[in-house]
Design a protein around this ligand. Structure first.
Ligand code: C2E
Ligand code: CA
Ligand code: CA
Ligand code: CA
Length: 274
């Protein structure tokens, strides 16, 4: 019995070893991915529900590794955050998004807003505002077209968060609270944060289809947002029934597979031409 016990430990050791090895390997490749130009942005249409037209897109990063293939963001963003690599990667995302806004405008697609996801590391990075300012200057875009998505967890330190948010607003940027309803919400601070949009998390949108008749969290968030003068974007909309309920409750915008999955630039342009 003793012996098999020891073998068990060896088994777990090996398993753990393998996980640690894989993670180290991924981290090493992640360090080189920017230089090797392995990242791209995909863009998911966001639809204005009052016009049924696309008003903007959310930029979602993709990592195409030559041998690992497509690595999903849920797998590499946490590593990028722990290692600090998210700072240069995040800056690349912002610069690429701003250049894309400019390019669409130049090529006659009009003023398309682009939402980018900010990680907590970037939010509290001391040169965030200077970096943003410098990219805005270089690309000369209308800053309103860049939507910065933050999450509730970033606003736990209410005082610092309020200051950073005001600085971002002073640059002329638009701010959205992502995954709303999933964190410890500073519900009471929502009124004081300079936020333009709430994005209802997709878990609550899923809930609409199950509980069509019931009052649900999504409709409660819509009611509260209206009272606070905030606009709402519903994410993860997959079904016509969900869209119906959202429209009934005057939701401003929506995104999800019902309209389109995130698309590479070329396919998004085709989507716009159709
Ligand atoms: P998120 O910001 O909440 O992005 C929405 C996620 O939902 C995306 O997954 C999107 O592809 C997916 N999605 C969109 N519509 C639907 C739908 O109708 N149904 C379902 N089931 N899913 C839908 P993705 O692209 O895999 O990104 C996952 C997360 O990775 C993002 O969640 C975001 O937190 C993070 N992420 C992505 N790009 C970046 C980035 O550039 N920087 C940072 N810091 N995080 C990023
Ligand atoms: Ca987002
Ligand atoms: Ca989200
Ligand atoms: Ca999410």
């Amino acid at each position: 019995a003793k012996r098999s016990g020891r073998n068990n430990f060896q088994f777990y050791d090996k398993q753990l070893d393998k996980i640690v090895q894989e993670r180290l390997e991924l981290e090493n490749h992640l360090r080189k991915a920017l230089d090797k130009e392995e990242f791209t942005l995909h863009y998911q249409p966001i639809i204005d529900l009052s016009t049924n037209k696309m008003s903007g897109v959310e930029a979602l990063i993709r990592w195409e590794h030559p041998t690992f293939g497509m690595v999903p963001p849920n797998k590499f963003i946490p590593i990028a955050e722990e290692t600090g690599l998210i700072v240069p990667i995040g800056e690349w995302v912002i610069r690429t998004a701003c250049l894309q806004i400019k390019e669409w405008e130049t090529n006659g697609f009009g003023q398309i807003s682009v939402s980018i996801n900010l990680s907590i590391r970037q939010f509290y990075q001391s040169n965030l505002i200077n970096m943003m300012q410098s990219i805005l200057n270089k690309t000369a875009i209308n800053p309103r077209l860049l939507i910065v998505e933050i999450t509730e967890s970033m606003t736990m330190d209410v005082e610092s968060a309020t200051q950073i948010l005001h600085e971002l607003k002073n640059l002329g940027l638009t701010i959205a609270m992502d995954d709303f309803g999933t964190g410890y919400s500073s519900f009471s601070y929502l009124k004081t944060f300079p936020i333009d949009f709430l994005k209802i998390d997709q878990s609550f949108i899923r809930d609409i289809a199950i509980n069509l008749s019931d009052e649900n969290i999504a409709t409660a968030i819509l009611l509260m947002a209206h009272n606070l003068g905030l606009k709402v974007i519903a994410e993860g909309v997959e079904l016509a029934e969900q869209l119906e309920v959202l429209k009934q409750h005057d939701c401003h915008k929506a995104q999800g597979y019902y309209f389109s999955k995130p698309l590479p630039v070329y396919e998004l342009e085709q989507y716009l031409n159709n």
